[in-house]
Design a protein around this ligand. Structure first.
Ligand code: ZN
Length: 307
């Protein structure tokens, strides 16, 4: 007779224990707020983070970081994500922070992950970019009819200054770097600059030779980034976290070191294959469609072309 009683007691203890664990997990879930399960292969969720004053970064979705400069009557958007869906999601996200219409879009350069989302633009809004960015966007637009409405409606050459509802912006192109039409937006009032794809940390910078990008131009533009407005403190870009002056200076030094090493090996009579092997450059996987030149090969070619 004693055994079943003990059994029942253990059972009831187990039930209570399960109940306590379930309630604990439930309460924990409540305190954590809603969680959005990310589908495999789907882009990361869009987030809007304040950088300083009226400047925000919009991360996530498909494509590179975009930036919001909130005005008094309208919003200024820098870059436009890669898909119509991400672009529309971004506009909804912006409305939660700055419920104003879109007044101006500036494109930092012509790459699809910064401009193709404009397919989702439904209102008539001025799109401003460097003249070379317009030219670089043309081939993709001509090949893909659905991209026809993404072209800049206005272009500038060299430099342009804008007073956007009280925020002064200086648009500068320092010559070919990542592409031939890179725009850097200096916002001196906030001591912030938006530098398109001029900053990659922990990986080699991308230089698009097919868009007349150059390594030496990239290096020169990074130096201009520091020198043009020495008061700038925060450097924003398409694929990196916000950086300070020391990080940009470190990037310049590391690229200069790489260039010096390639130059030295060339002077020692090393071949391109030797140099690539010394830098641990792997050949592209067999059947790979993407033919992206490794940075050391670009440096090698540019040193050779200079001679
Ligand atoms: Zn790019």
């Amino acid at each position: 007779m004693r055994k079943p009683v003990r059994k029942r007691a253990i059972l009831s203890l187990a039930v209570r224990l399960v109940f306590v664990v379930v309630m604990f997990v439930f309460c924990l879930a409540l305190t954590q707020g809603p969680t959005y399960a990310q589908q495999p292969g789907s882009p990361p969720p869009l987030t809007l983070e304040k950088i300083r004053g009226n400047i925000y970064v919009i991360k996530g979705g498909s494509g590179a970081n975009s930036f919001l400069i909130a005005g008094k009557k309208s919003n200024l958007l820098v870059d436009a994500k890669m898909t119509a869906e991400s672009f529309k999601d971004m506009l909804s996200e912006i409305q939660k922070t700055s419920p104003l219409p879109l007044g101006l879009i500036i494109l930092t350069h012509s790459d699809g992950d910064h401009v193709n989302g404009l397919r989702g633009l439904q209102a008539k809004v001025k799109i401003l970019a460097h003249a070379k960015t317009y030219e670089e966007m043309l081939p993709a637009v001509e090949q893909t009819p659905e991209l026809k409405d993404i072209l800049p409606t206005e272009t500038y050459e060299g430099s342009q200054s804008i007073d956007f509802e009280g925020t002064r912006l200086e648009l500068r192109n320092f010559g070919p770097a990542h592409t031939s039409g890179d725009t850097i937006i200096f916002i001196p009032g906030s001591r912030v600059a938006i530098a398109g794809d001029l900053m990659f940390f922990g990986r080699d910078p991308l230089i698009h030779k097919h868009k007349n990008g150059t390594f030496y131009g990239y290096l020169k533009t990074l130096q201009f980034l520091l020198d043009y407005r020495p008061e700038i403190e925060i450097f924003l870009s398409g694929h990196a976290e916000p950086a300070g002056r020391a990080e940009v200076a470190g990037l310049i030094s590391s690229l200069k070191e790489k260039e010096a090493r390639v130059r030295e090996m060339m002077e020692q009579g090393k071949t391109l294959d030797d140099i690539k092997a010394a830098f641990g450059v792997q050949p592209p996987p067999t059947g790979s469609q993407v033919r992206r030149l490794p940075l050391v090969e670009i440096i090698y070619q540019e040193i050779k072309d200079k001679k």
